[in-house]
Design a protein around this ligand. Sequence first.
Ligand code: ADP
Ligand code: MG
Length: 697
Amino acid sequence: MTVAGPSAARPGGPAQASLGPESPVTALPRVTPEHARRLARLGCRTVGELLWHLPRRHDDQRRRVRIAELRPGMSQTVEGTVTALRPRPTRNRRLTLVEGEVADDTGRVGVVWFNQRHLLRVLQVGDPVLLHGPAERDRRGALQLRNPVVERGSGTGRHVGGLVAVYPETAGISSRWLRARIADALPVAPALVDPLPRGVQAAEGLVPLAEALRQVHAPESPEQLAAAWERLAFDDLFLLQLGALHARHRRQASRGVAIPFDGDVARAFVAALPFQLTSEQRRAAWEVLQDMARPGPMNRLLQGDVGTGKTVVAAMALRMAVQAGFQGVLMAPTELLARQHFGTLEQLLAPFEILPRLLVGSTGVRQRREILAGMAAGHDPVLVGTHALIEADVTFNRLGLCVVDEQHRFGVAQRLSLREKAGHSPDFLAMTATPIPRSLHLTVYGDLDLSVIRQRPPGRQRVGTRIVGPGDRAEAYRFMHQAIRQGRQGFVICPLVEDSETIAARSATVEYERLRTEVFPDLRLTLLHGRLPAAQKAERMAAFAAGAVDLLVATSIVEVGVDVPNATLMVIEGAERFGIAQLHQFRGRIGRGAHQSWCLLFTDGPDATQQARLEALVTHDSGFELAEIDLRLRGPGDPYGLRQHGLPEVRVGDLLDLPMQARARAAAERALAADPDLRQPALRQALSAYRTVFEFD
Ligand code: ADP
Ligand code: MG
């Protein structure tokens, strides 16, 4: 390559002798403090961080066309010599034009640049140039390159004509600028800590880290670029698996509690239920109870769609813990949900004279004091609550079992501090109604054993689901009106326009006013959103549960924790804005009673993928099937969508690349077997860095 870029003249050299990954970006040539401030917005403060600022994609400009072959309407790469270059006056003062002409042995083509006067300084007639940009016809019908990217040189340039890195940018920091600065930083790459043990790298046939970074920033060929991405992706998945395996080893080695399985107690619990357990509830309960009986701490996830009856299984586990003389807690992400679990447990445990207590944010001071005393002394065996459970002054006498509902809604620190209250490792049971495809299980829950309930209790009706476009609204409102006149109730969920409860609250408020005054003036409506004080929320919810409200207009906070069997309508405004998992959660709020229930997905013009998502909800009923469909619709590697499932975010790795997951898992097992105490500093360091990213306990 023969590019005379301005910065190519000074790679390495004595001036950079002290440059290292920890050096500030300003240690690089041509990086001013102002650049540094802007780079900080991209997360790049040090040279090492700049090297880790990876391209979003690469623009493949390798295919050359000769000038005679240029076609209008598409971006193309040409190589030639500048034969003319001049400014062209315009009447518009804000617009400067530079006009030129480039020739090769097949012909000549005009070029025009807008607002790039500096080109007059950089380029001269006679210079070899690479150009990439769209060809269009000018007024006289001749082809012209319009505002092409240009670089002096021939062959393959840094900015034109190769696999050109395109970066996440910010104001004043363009991809072109980044390419040049990163090129200056690349000599430092060999000094970066390489987290992959040498043995693993060799066994997996991966390129060294420095080489991978070099090829990602400035690829020499598609093959080398692919090898680079493979290496970086492998690192992510390897470290993820290593973290999970290591956590598992540590857990198995730690002191836990054994809560013996008592067959009589289990039978009595089942006999006292007002229904028969489904076979999957029985199997899940069996797995949980067997696991609790082992001396090591249980770490298990109970996964089941809304309404599959997970709480009963948790209640049975708590019953067994109390029998063995331990205390148990159940923690839920919202007060509504905590109250509901509390009600369920009260009922299920009453036959055994176990009285659970409830501790939430709104619990009064006196009562709170009394509950804390009871827990500390060990008089009270079961505590249900929200985050209020993990406040510092909550202590236990003999905590043996922690149940956490919708565990992905809690941070690791919160789950950990619950565990720490035991002074040892209590048994831990997480519950989630957000199923993930089986294939992803190892990735997401590497350190959790899994119990699954797929079937719903018998006799449950299927919720009818319909997509309602703008033209069908009036009809849908008539339909709702009719159901409500027959005594039913319903929800109207308003979309989270942005990731802000304040904005969501506003849109719900507006919709509430509209429905109340214009659409359903004769019905009883109430409004629920996260900005309301807890007491008011509870009050309005209670009114709805008691049947004193016909329609509850809410933000997505009603996602969990509402059990009102008489509610048979679920209207979701702007349904296309929600993901499949969340829509399915909403729908799980209805269909709990004897009457036919309907979920109406209101949309205003979904795009094709959104339409496919909504249709999946119309045809499918099972959260597991929906999760698989969701995965297929997103295609691999959509990190935003994955986060909804509680999946970790990775830099490069594709969590859905199952063959690579398997490879990474096997390699992590080997590495850990070879170095169980993590003596290799690189491995240890990587693990701790990763723990902060992935939140492993
Ligand atoms: P989940 O937490 O999995 O969404 P719950 O545990 O709240 O489900 O159960 C939903 C409802 O189903 C509750 O009213 C519960 O009493 C009831 N239920 C649970 N198991 C059964 C069963 N085997 N047969 C009939 N009803 C059940
Ligand atoms: Mg539940």
